[in-house]
Design a protein around this ligand. Sequence first.
Ligand SMILES: Nc1ncnc2c1ncn2[C@@H]1O[C@H](COP(=O)(O)OP(=O)(O)OP(=O)(O)O)[C@@H](O)[C@H]1O
Ligand SMILES: [Mg+2]
Length: 346
Amino acid sequence: MSILSGVSSFFGLDIGTTAVRLVELHGTGATKTLSRYAYVPIEGKISMSDSKADLQKLAQLIDALVHESGVSTHNVAVGLPSSRVFTAVADFDRLPMNELGKAIGYQADSLIPTPPAESKIDWALLGDSPKDKNKVEILLSSIPNKFIEERLDMIESIGLNVIAFEPENLALPRALVPPGTTLPQLILDIGQMGTDLVISVADAPRLTRAIPTGLDAIIRAAQQNLNIDEKQAQQFVYKFGLSKEKLDGQVYQAIISTVDLLAAEIDKSIKFFQTRYVGATIDRIIVTGGASTIPEFPLYLANKFGLNVEIGNAWRNVAFSADRQAELLALSNQFSVAVGLAERNE
Ligand SMILES: Nc1ncnc2c1ncn2[C@@H]1O[C@H](COP(=O)(O)OP(=O)(O)OP(=O)(O)O)[C@@H](O)[C@H]1O
Ligand SMILES: [Mg+2]
């Protein structure tokens, strides 16, 4: 989806596994002002389904949310689940922009995992390659046409106008990293079904990963290993988390191997990053998403990687009135994607 010029107002829409969220901002510059935000829970994981009936239900849910929220526009920037998108950073010969586009097109076959004819491919120039002076670094993404067409139809069916689709992991740094940050930041959005990882340098994502371990897997591990039901597992995980003292460390024991699956992927990503950007060190880890508030989870990551771990504030680059503070902070860990989408400069 290309971006239409002249569109001045739009809102960001995150269609997550457990909820749909929207955010509209106004103003220009680094800090925009909050106009509207709203969310509605989704039952039964229908946002992961491609069936017509579920898409219709989802459309109705979004339609009701949009009306209730009072957003001022029908223009929308829509997040794409990172698990459905392929993103990679690749080096290309330094060429004029139009020739670069052609070169990427010719090589698409070897760059993306799905057939180019059945995929929507997009790219952005990041800058000089860290590996080769004669090359530039390109951020490449692709998504199956079928998925994007179904989403587009669904959203247009309720009278909205899609100005952009953006992978969730590319929206995250905009919300969570202060403008002007130059040191590499590792962002983790630990959601219901999986974790989005992105390492950004100077406002641009340099490495992204969709890791299939999220809250769902952690709760399931607690459920199975402690032989309890799902609801109780959820309560235990949020009450005791990764504490080795509480409940004799039983919850820790039950979930640690699942948490370590995620930690192993984070470790691989850091190593991969440091191989490509020799000498670069990660400044900190910023966590967000439903699982980011599991007790002692941030501390566990901090000790494991020897890095500062901070719980991200989705609203950090947004201005709002002081009486909203408590309410917004309580929602922060599920709003990073919607805020990041709303902060696009289109
Ligand atoms: N304090 C808490 N106690 C219990 N559950 C919580 C708590 N905080 C968050 N959650 C759970 O976190 C989950 C939502 O996480 P998040 O909003 O990151 O997921 P999502 O965006 O819907 O999913 P995904 O990004 O995987 O599509 C919900 O299941 C919610 O119940
Ligand atoms: Mg999410």
